[in-house]
Design a protein around this ligand. Structure first.
Ligand SMILES: O=C1O[C@H](COP(=O)(O)O)[C@@H](O)[C@H](O)[C@H]1O
Length: 232
């Protein structure tokens, strides 16, 4: 299934449109099932989108928010994805949402991943909405090129779980939801900005080696359609 590319004039317009679509999807899930789930990325790209979404008028108390991946650092660390979400998404109306962190204070990232897998069982699969990002090296979530558990993480037949991940390009050990946890979401979005990310996307779409560019796994074999949101 070919991804659908949605292009916007700038990041502010993109943030508002994406917030509209996500809010609509979450509200529909709340209406249908009495609850909704949203898994978001960290990094530098999603901040404007988070701020736009936080103002949307939905029943946030019935929404569970988590991260697609996390750095193995406490929630007050400047590189924590949880900190980014707390300061930009879990604000205003969205402060009523329930947040499930991936970071757990454990002696090793492997033990933290086990704790995160157990905590994530509170969310009924599949996620209603998953928002992925992409690094300049072609990583998404914490599926890093040549990552220590990459084969396991990208196994479509693997369990829904949170895995530890270490890689040269990752700075610190990571925690990441597995491919099977993320790619059957009701709404699966890849949110990228800037010409350099568009060039990385084009390179990813041309080739097939997932160890070099793990984003290819999502682009080529996600079971849900992938909507790419891009702005210059
Ligand atoms: O390390 C990470 O990076 C990617 C991309 O981040 P960006 O700063 O280039 O937008 C992000 O999607 C991921 O969640 C994060 O942990």
């Amino acid at each position: 299934m070919e991804p659908n590319l949605h292009e916007f004039s700038d990041g502010t317009v993109l943030a508002e449109k994406l917030a509209d679509q996500v809010a609509h999807r979450l509200a529909a899930a709340v209406e249908a099932r009495g609850e909704a789930s949203l898994a978001v990325s960290g990094g530098s790209t999603p901040k404007r989108f988070f701020r736009a979404l936080a103002n949307r008028d939905i029943d946030w108390a019935k929404v569970t928010v988590t991260l697609v991946d996390e750095r193995f650092v406490p929630a007050d660390h400047p590189r924590s994805n949880h900190l980014l979400v707390r300061e930009n998404l879990l604000q205003g109306k969205a402060a009523a949402a329930h947040f499930i962190p991936l970071y757990h204070d454990r002696p090793s990232v492997e033990e933290a991943a086990q704790a995160a897998t157990a905590a994530a069982k509170a969310i009924s699969p599949p996620f209603d909405v998953v928002i992925l990002g992409m690094g300049g090296d072609g990583h998404t979530a914490s599926f890093f090129p040549h990552g220590s558990t990459l084969n396991q993480a990208l196994d479509a037949a693997g369990p829904r779980s949170v895995l530890p991940m270490e890689a040269d390009g990752a700075e610190e050990p990571r925690l990441t939801f597995s491919f099977s946890s993320l790619t059957d979401a009701g709404m699966l979005v890849l949110h990228i900005e800037g010409q350099s990310k568009k060039d990385v996307l084009a390179k990813a779409q041309e080739g097939t080696n997932e160890t070099e560019m793990p984003i290819r796994a999502v682009l080529h074999r996600a079971s849900s359609p992938v909507d790419i949101y891009w702005a210059p």
